[in-house]
Design a protein around this ligand. Structure first.
Ligand SMILES: [Zn+2]
Length: 212
């Protein structure tokens, strides 16, 4: 999954150091269908410099950068500087019964959302506990009562705990099981002549033992 640039133009943005980004706020645009350009337009009409969210996850599974992440957003009062605004296309609320409602999130959007959040958490060293729904900080229903927030956060949490699988992990485990290697190592760290000698000698001993 790649973050695509929506190529929107903003009048004026406040640059923020990436180190200041310490939390993620989740939203919906309360619109069943909305292109990045439409959101940009709607937010401009509110007098903002353009789309207030940094990241936008569409129902198709496409993920867009709306507003550069190293800038202040316009999505959650008091959290625009330190927060990364992530918006999921759809209307997950029945705030207006005349509008079409998303009572479920489709799997493509859910998976793209998980991947995007995992990527942001890793890149900005944000723990999963610091992903919040907008309604935590505002008297609003956003991201909507039908939004699968808990499910999303749980999946992100599990993914963040998974160790990244190294291509040599299986061989390393086999050597450990056979006693050729006796402790855990970072598989990308260099080997010393001392360690190399010990390992080679253990292999030699095990071959000799098998001969007898
Ligand atoms: Zn919101």
């Amino acid at each position: 999954m790649e973050f695509k640039n929506a190529n929107l133009t903003f009048d004026k943005l406040h640059i923020v150091s990436l180190k200041e980004k310490e939390e993620i706020i989740v939203h919906h645009p309360a619109a069943y269908f909305a292109t990045p350009e439409q959101i940009h337009q709607w937010h401009k009409e509110r007098g903002w410099s353009g789309a207030g969210y940094h990241v936008y996850i569409r129902k198709s599974g496409e993920v867009y950068i709306l507003r550069p992440i190293n800038t202040a957003g316009a999505h959650c009062k008091g959290h625009n500087r330190k927060g990364i605004g992530v918006c999921f296309e759809g209307n997950f609320s029945d705030w207006n019964p005349r509008l079409k409602i998303d009572k479920e999130m489709n799997p493509k959007q859910f998976e793209a959302g998980v991947e995007a959040l995992v990527k942001l958490c890793k890149q900005f060293k944000i723990p999963v506990e610091k992903i919040y729904p907008h309604n935590k900080f505002a008297k609003k229903d956003c991201p909507g009562k039908y939004f699968p927030f808990e499910q999303l956060i749980n999946t992100v949490g599990i993914k963040l705990q998974e160790k990244e699988y190294h291509w040599a992990q299986k061989d390393f485990e086999k050597l450990k099981a056979d006693g050729i290697i006796t402790s855990d190592h970072d598989l990308n760290s260099p080997l010393t002549w001392g360690e190399f000698s010990v390992v080679i000698n253990r292999i030699r001993e095990s071959i000799e033992k098998n001969k007898k």
